[in-house]
Design a protein around this ligand. Structure first.
Ligand code: SAM
Length: 327
């Protein structure tokens, strides 16, 4: 029987995580981060393990050589084991960005950003799946920064980056607090949607709500724009109703002042659980001296990604837009 490289890696990550989960009495995701770190360091780092467990792990680790796998195989296998762990412990706002959306981000980043080298920020980096998908689909030199509030997710992101050999700079903090990073040329984010509980901190934002909690996705957009160089592009996964909520007027105002809308790509509803959770990719460009708005924004309703014929037509339409506006 032929086993694919992703399956081989999945089995290794899964089986060694299960061993560690049992011995360390921790969650599967924590054990996964531990086994990933062991693999990257080429050593068994947990001191509390029995001799027998160390032997079992060593044997399993010695059966695969990580440098024989491509980054995409490593990312996909790691993604599958994380999904398995997330099923045990479902948290709606922590979900990983799926591949289909990651690939679209990769395509858009490549199309919009012409610089051979640039700085890229993901302020809601989660497990790093979206960020590393974009990095794996680019042949430019990207210095990447990821910020994440959840300590287990950022550990997974860091292990994920190490296994794929991406030198990403990570910060484990609330992205809406002060960020001590150099300005970036681009931002990508699958935004956390909902209310931001810290009203005191929200008061520092133009997009704070006048009554009640502010929308964290609005504050994330403002924080991202603050840290972007003029002319830089920002790509956000946003709810379809972004411009129709009761706080949308302020967002419209903010956008008019600080950025140009370059595009809005509505994703097919079929990739979401239901119509209400359907999302779009919003593309912005920070304004500044000499930065011109596009003649017209790229407004697209993407067909089902499995409909090759319609998808092809749409890609041709998008290519034409790029030629006319970014050529
Ligand atoms: N793109 C990520 C991936 O591929 O794994 C998934 C992003 S997930 C939809 C949104 C992330 O934002 C979650 O991991 C969540 O923990 C994080 N988050 C929510 N509020 C945050 C905050 N105030 N500061 C930093 N991260 C935050």
């Amino acid at each position: 029987m032929n086993i694919s490289p992703v399956e081989e890696l999945f089995t290794l990550f899964n089986e060694t995580a299960l061993i560690l989960q049992e011995e360390l009495a921790c969650s599967y995701l924590e054990a996964l981060a531990e086994t990933g770190e062991n693999l990257f360091q080429g050593a068994i780092l947990q001191e509390e393990l029995s001799e027998l467990t160390v032997k079992r792990l060593k044997k399993q680790y010695s059966e695969l050589k990580l440098d024989q796998f491509s980054n995409e195989d490593l990312r996909k296998a790691f993604q599958l084991v994380i999904l398995k762990g997330m099923k045990e412990n479902v948290q709606p706002n922590h979900q990983m960005t799926p591949d289909s959306i990651g690939m679209l981000f990769g395509y858009l980043v490549e199309k919009f950003i012409k610089k051979p080298a640039f700085r890229l920020l993901d302020p809601a980096v989660g497990t790093g799946n979206l960020l590393t998908t974009v990095l794996n689909h680019s042949n430019k030199q990207i210095s990447a920064v990821g910020v994440e509030i959840d300590d287990i997710l950022i550990k997974l992101a860091y292990v994920n980056a190490n296994l794929q050999g991406h030198p990403i700079q990570f910060f484990n903090q609330d992205s809406l607090e002060s960020l001590f990073i150099e300005p970036v040329d681009s931002v990508i984010a699958d935004l956390p949607i909902g209310y931001y509980p810290n009203d005191i901190r929200a008061a520092d934002y133009q997009l704070k709500s006048d009554k009640g909690h502010s929308y964290s996705h609005h504050l994330f957009i403002e924080q991202s724009v603050r840290h972007t160089n003029p002319g830089g592009y920002l790509f956000f996964l946003v709810p379809n109703g972004l411009f129709e909520s009761e706080q949308a007027a302020a967002l419209h105002e903010y956008i008019k002042e600080h950025v140009y809308i370059q595009g809005l790509l509505q994703l097919p509803t079929s990739i979401f659980k239901n119509k209400n959770s359907a999302k779009s990719i919003l593309i912005l460009q920070k304004n500044g001296e000499g930065i011109q708005p596009p003649k017209q924004a790229l407004l697209v309703n993407l067909p089902s990604l499995s409909n090759a014929y319609e998808m092809d037509k749409m890609l041709t339409k998008m290519e034409k837009w790029f030629q006319e506006n970014k050529g």
